[in-house]
Design a protein around this ligand. Structure first.
Ligand code: 13P
Length: 254
């Protein structure tokens, strides 16, 4: 059985003070929700403060990006070793990084590998752009993005996949539960093809793209969808707690 996960990607939002206030506002509600892994991913500069507040709670901490080298002359970058003591998860290959920072599947794969080697659990984001969707090449795009990171070792190490169609991110136009389920089913088959049935059965695949407290229940009813990577709605404490609670109820939580 896969434990559902609800993850909040705060993106480039919140000062340290804002982040502390947001964690304090959502923590009591989140901590009470059982049967779901709860993850928040604030900006790098707020990880330490957020981590202090999360100590001893059931809410996990993640970063939003990581570089693939361990150390050296890479001004401005943050290495897996720096994150390893601070957080458990790291988002890798988000479409905004692919789009604005030219991250290729090969770069993303190096980041996944480096994160795992440092003991971090990557949340690998894949997803097609609108024009790719309209051109009917979603399958090819996802195959290219995933195949670079299709390594048996990754899946044994707790890698999570997030399917985030770019056309659904920040647009208010979520994929329908049926669309998301079908594409995540396709991704699971890709994993099975490369790595076998056990890896495919075990890997958690989240949906991301305009997830809200109003649409999470429908998404969670789908058998292939193991949770959500939430952007905008993860910045509102009540909404994020509500999303997490609804995922717990739908996920047959303990
Ligand atoms: P929104 O939920 O704001 O659409 O963002 C989704 C996302 O990119 C999460 O990583």
């Amino acid at each position: 059985m896969r434990v559902p996960m609800i993850a909040g990607n705060w993106k480039m939002n919140t000062t340290v003070d804002d982040a502390v206030a947001l964690v304090k506002a959502m923590l009591p509600g989140l901590d009470r929700v059982g049967g779901v892994d709860k993850l928040i991913c604030p900006p790098f500069v707020s990880l330490a403060a957020a981590g202090d507040l999360l100590k001893g709670t059931s809410v996990k901490l993640g970063a939003q990006n990581v570089f693939y080298e361990a150390k050296g002359a890479y001004t401005g970058e943050v290495s897996p070793l720096m994150l390893a003591g601070m957080c458990e998860y790291v988002i890798v290959g988000h479409s905004e990084r692919r789009q604005y920072f030219n991250e290729t599947p090969e770069i993303v794969d190096k980041k996944v590998k480096a994160a795992l080697a440092a003991g971090l659990k990557p949340v690998l984001c894949i997803g097609e752009r609108l024009e790719e969707n309209e051109a009917g090449i979603t399958g090819e795009v996802l195959t290219r993005q995933l195949t670079a990171s299709a390594d048996q070792m990754y899946f044994k190490s707790g890698l999570v996949i997030a399917y985030e169609p770019v056309w659904a991110i920040g647009t208010g136009k979520s994929a329908t539960p049926e669309q998301a389920n079908a594409t995540i089913g396709f991704i699971r088959k890709l994993v099975a093809h490369h790595l076998g049935a056990d890896a495919a059965e075990g890997v958690r695949i989240l949906y991301g793209g305009s997830v809200t407290a109003d649409n999470i229940a429908g998404l969670m009813q789908q058998p292939e969808i193991d949770g959500a990577l939430v952007g905008g709605a993860s910045l509102k404490a009540d909404d994020f707690v509500s999303i997490t609670k609804q995922a717990s109820e739908a996920g047959g939580a303990a």
